[in-house]
Ligand binder design. Structure first.
Ligand code: GAR
Length: 218
């Protein structure tokens, strides 16, 4: 039987370093990045996609009078690619309920904290201020709750006494670049799914903190 790679559309808003990691890993993985869509023009992530000969599209949210209208237009851009998986890689938009439902069970997001801790923004400074000893990144299925869908995996690092938010961000970014392609490939290989708002790996329900990626890569 002919092997069909999982078709991925990636949404970005900026630098695209996670996109780059996903693209770089695609040659040894079971997925192909079909298109990259940004809600901002002139972001480095678009250049990265073009350098990899991936189709790019820009949909500027400022041209829409409501979130729902923007999300509908976004669907119209995404759906012709018939993606098996939608990957949010630094896509800094809250998504409307209809959009989330449309791609339910086939949308992943990466977030720079050990969810459910620190949803939202400024996660690195907030983790330092809270006196946490560990911080990291999570990949999760997207649900209607912001940064709230079932966690698939955590990559953890120690917070050092000397860490600034930027130092922490830089170390976590390195982990993100290993973690995200790994999870995308789990999905692409048919090993990962979302059922009843739970993340399921190899037919087993994952715990609420998902796979401990740091343990896997020790
Ligand atoms: C990443 O650190 C990702 O975890 C974060 O944005 C950054 C994007 O970097 N995402 C969020 O904060 C989503 N809530 P990149 O554009 O270089 O991949």
């Amino acid at each position: 039987m002919e092997f069909k790679p999982c078709k991925v559309v990636v949404l970005i808003s900026g630098n695209g370093s996670n996109l780059q990691a996903i693209v770089d890993a695609s040659c040894t993985s079971n997925y192909v990045v079909e298109a990259v869509i940004s809600n901002k023009a002139d972001v480095f992530g678009l250049q990265r996609a073009e350098s990899a000969n991936i189709k790019t599209q820009i949909l500027d949210h400022r041209n829409f009078s409501s979130r729902v209208e923007f999300d509908l237009a976004l669907r119209k851009l995404i759906d012709p690619y018939q993606p098996d998986l939608l990957v949010l890689a630094g896509f800094m938009r809250i998504l409307s309920a209809d959009f989330v439902q449309h791609y339910a069970g086939r949308t992943l997001n990466i977030h720079p904290s050990l969810l459910p801790k620190f949803p939202g923004i400024n996660t690195h400074q907030r983790a330092i201020d809270a006196g946490e000893s560990k911080h990291g990144a999570s990949v999760h299925f997207v649900s209607e709750e912001l940064d709230g869908g079932p966690v698939i995996a955590h990559a953890k690092i120690d917070i050092l006494a000397t860490d600034s938010a930027n130092e922490l961000r830089a170390r976590i970014a390195l982990k993100e670049h290993q973690l995200y392609p790994f999870v995308v490939d789990l999905f692409a290989s048919g090993r990962l799914e979302m059922l009843n708002n739970k993340a399921i790996l190899d037919s087993e329900i994952l715990s609420s903190t998902g796979i401990d990626f740091s343990e896997l890569t020790k």
